[in-house]
Write a protein that binds this ligand. Structure first.
Ligand SMILES: *Cc1c(COP(=O)(O)O)cnc(C)c1O
Length: 432
């Protein structure tokens, strides 16, 4: 490392031991980073092609208000998403307030009373428990007499084929498959494994709707789940596909009928996709989507770097240092609150915004234990930006993600290590 760069890191408050250790780890990751770059390059071209094919023009960035009839920018963007992700249609809206909302919308609009929802990949993301009614809540699927069945993954992370076959019945209408691990320490599913699962399910029941919770998965691989048989993919624009620029939003992409159901529920029966003003944020949606492949690649490098750093220091990391990646999340199990909080303090201290605050646990809506979150983001709660969070309970696992650039992700990880090092929660001497 040259002297100038070393000085810059020191200015931020990093010790030489931490910097040197980080450099050593990074030097071992060159070939992994090359593969990540190759995927980003292919995905960049995919997005570019979709924008050219759909004749994206300066008019697309104009703002609409009121009903938003004939909003060229909104309608064209939905075609760009559909072409990029290989769906028939898409709903990409600022009126979809977050990922949970997008998922709730997809479920509540495509299920009817008497239907059953199945998760063949274990417990879904925490906030979906109230959507489904696993934890009772107003307006849940359970309140509408939509039942829920779940088949857990086997101990080795594999699918429980027999269990899935046994539970599918005449009422099974929709299958929800979460690509990312969420707040669980199970492996993330690759697009190919999702494809195997969907083929198996469609073989038993061809007309079942297969939905993939695609949060954190977009642009991590060359393929997306619609290319392996999914009917719907759902995600948040303050994660990967917003590229860090979208200030709000969610998307649903897939079969025309599924999207139509969702649009009729988001706005109103009869109105569907025809209304919904874009209020001047279209440029950020387009530009963010354009940048998303490279932003995602930077975040992915950060995750790989973090896994290699913390595994070397003796912590359990999921995925581990060498496993393939299918989302941008890195879990690190610290086993105690002190180390977990030190990690989060470091991430916060590395942020461009609110770097001077110290994160603390709080009872976040939708979660059943205190959650600590470190994020100094331009967009509130954006987790494509450098961020870390986790429920403060056993095994004290932190979920790290994001970084709008690889350099910032790297700095965040080094700063987290700095906090652990200063508190003597890790030893670096013999590793340097
Ligand atoms: C983030 C996330 C959600 C929920 O998204 P919010 O925007 O936080 O509401 C759902 N599922 C998964 C897998 C996620 O990562």
């Amino acid at each position: 490392m040259n002297q100038f760069l070393l000085e810059q890191y020191k200015q931020l408050g990093l010790s030489e031991e931490v910097i040197v250790f980080g450099e050593k780890i990074e030097n071992g990751l060159k070939s992994r980073f090359e593969k990540i770059d190759a995927i980003a390059e292919a995905n960049q071209l995919k997005v570019l092609c979709a924008m050219q094919k759909n004749r994206v023009s300066a008019e697309c960035f104009n703002q609409s208000s009121g009903y938003g009839y004939n909003d060229l920018g909104r309608d064209t963007l939905e075609k760009v998403y559909a072409d990029t992700f290989k769906g028939e249609d898409a709903l990409v809206r600022p009126q979809i307030t977050c990922g949970t909302h997008a998922l709730a919308l997809a479920l509540l609009s495509n299920l009817r009373p008497g239907d059953e929802l199945l998760s063949p990949v274990g417990k879904p993301y925490d906030t979906l428990e109230e959507v489904i009614g696993i934890r009772p809540s107003r307006g849940s699927l359970a309140e509408y007499n939509i039942t829920y069945a779940q088949v857990d993954l086997l101990a080795d992370g594999g699918f429980d084929w027999d269990g899935i076959q046994n539970v599918i019945n005449e009422r099974t209408k929709l299958v929800t498959i979460q690509r990312s691990k969420g707040y669980a320490t199970r492996p993330t599913l690759s697009v190919d494994r999702i494809g195997e699962l969907i083929s198996f399910i469609k073989n038993i029941k061809p007309d079942v709707i297969c939905m993939v919770d695609n949060c954190y998965g977009e642009f991590v691989e060359e393929k997306e789940p619609l290319e392996v048989g999914a009917d719907m993919i759902v995600g948040s624009l303050i994660k990967n596909p917003g590229g860090g620029l979208a200030p709000i939003g969610g998307y649903i992409c897939g079969k025309k009928e599924c999207i139509e159901n969702a649009a009729y529920r988001l706005t109103s029966p009869g109105l569907g996709k025809e209304v919904g003003a874009s209020l001047g944020i279209m440029q950020s949606f387009y530009q963010g989507f354009f940048l998303a492949p490279t932003v995602t690649a930077g975040a992915l490098k950060g995750a790989v770097f973090a896994a290699n750093i913390y595994e070397k220091l003796g912590f359990k990391v999921v995925p581990n240092s060498t496993q393939s990646r299918h989302d941008i999340i890195q879990a690190v199990e610290f086993g105690n609150k002190e180390a977990m909080c030190a990690f989060c303090e470091g991430i916060q201290a590395a942020a461009p915004v609110d770097s001077y605050v110290i994160p603390e646990g709080w009872a976040m809506p939708g979660y059943d234990s205190d959650v600590i979150m470190a994020a100094g983001a331009f967009v509130q709660g954006s987790s494509i930006e450098l961020s870390a969070d986790g429920p403060i309970k056993e095994p004290y696992a932190v979920y790290f993600q994001g970084g709008l650039t690889w350099y910032h992700a790297k700095t965040g990880i080094l700063m987290s290590l700095q906090k652990l090092y200063e508190r003597k929660l890790v030893k670096l001497d013999e590793l340097c």
